[in-house]
Design a protein around this ligand. Structure first.
Ligand SMILES: [Zn+2]
Length: 223
């Protein structure tokens, strides 16, 4: 049991380092802004506070218990550790990505929701809510994020950034990229005037069709 946990944790450390480098390359973060975590059984591997993503090594990754107690790592865990832990407690998340990506931050200051101008938003559970502003690193921010995540896999934090989660770090990260793309696309659409928004029924139809196709793929012969 211990051995398996240890392998899982090592993989989580390596993943967090490689995705940290991607955060910069993909324009989702500058310096050491934002943070990511992976849940491995009863513990959470999380990026440290204040270390530039370019300089991060697997040993810098911090390990905390689900109650927030640090169990490994010489560095200080991310200041948003309470928010990550609250999301693990409230959802099925196995990985959480928090960014300060520019399109999302811009939208967060001007809108209360990212509406559905493209059907890909069904991948996030539908229109993405903007949670009220609460200071970084606070229990209040963690609670606001969890409340606005209800039925969603993404939340935008007013005047701050965004959080996405997934069944693994790859999925959580892809959702962060999708969210940033959707925010950018919405801003571009606004430049033409008032954009058409997909209705709840249209989004439900997309979700049903996506499920049907996935189900068919799993049952059908492999190409
Ligand atoms: Zn932040």
């Amino acid at each position: 049991m211990y051995r398996r946990d240890s392998d899982e944790l090592q993989a989580a450390r390596a993943q967090l380092v490689s995705y940290s480098a991607r955060l910069l390359a993909d324009g989702l973060a500058v310096g050491s802004a934002g943070n990511m975590s992976v849940r491995a059984g009863g513990i959470v591997a999380i990026t440290p506070s204040g270390i530039g993503y370019d300089d991060m090594r697997p040993d810098d990754v911090c390990v905390v218990a689900l109650d927030g107690t640090q169990v490994d790592g010489l560095e200080t865990p991310s200041s948003e550790t309470p928010m990550h832990l609250a999301i693990y407690a409230a959802t099925s998340a196995a990985a959480v990505v928090h960014t300060h990506s520019p399109e999302v931050v811009a939208l967060s200051a001007a809108r209360s929701e990212l509406p559905a101008i493209h059907y890909a938003i069904t991948g996030l559970g539908g229109p993405v809510r903007v949670a009220p502003y609460v200071r970084f690193g606070s229990a209040g921010l963690a609670a606001a994020a969890v409340a606005a995540l209800d039925g969603r896999r993404a939340v935008i934090l007013r005047n701050h950034g965004a959080v996405t989660y997934g069944r693994d770090l790859a999925q959580a990260y892809d959702r962060a990229l999708l969210l940033e793309w959707l925010a950018r696309t919405y801003r571009l659409a606004l430049s033409y005037g008032e954009p058409a928004i997909l209705s709840a029924a249209e989004l439900d139809e997309v979700t049903a069709e996506t499920r049907r196709r996935r189900y068919g793929e799993r049952r059908g012969p492999r190409p």
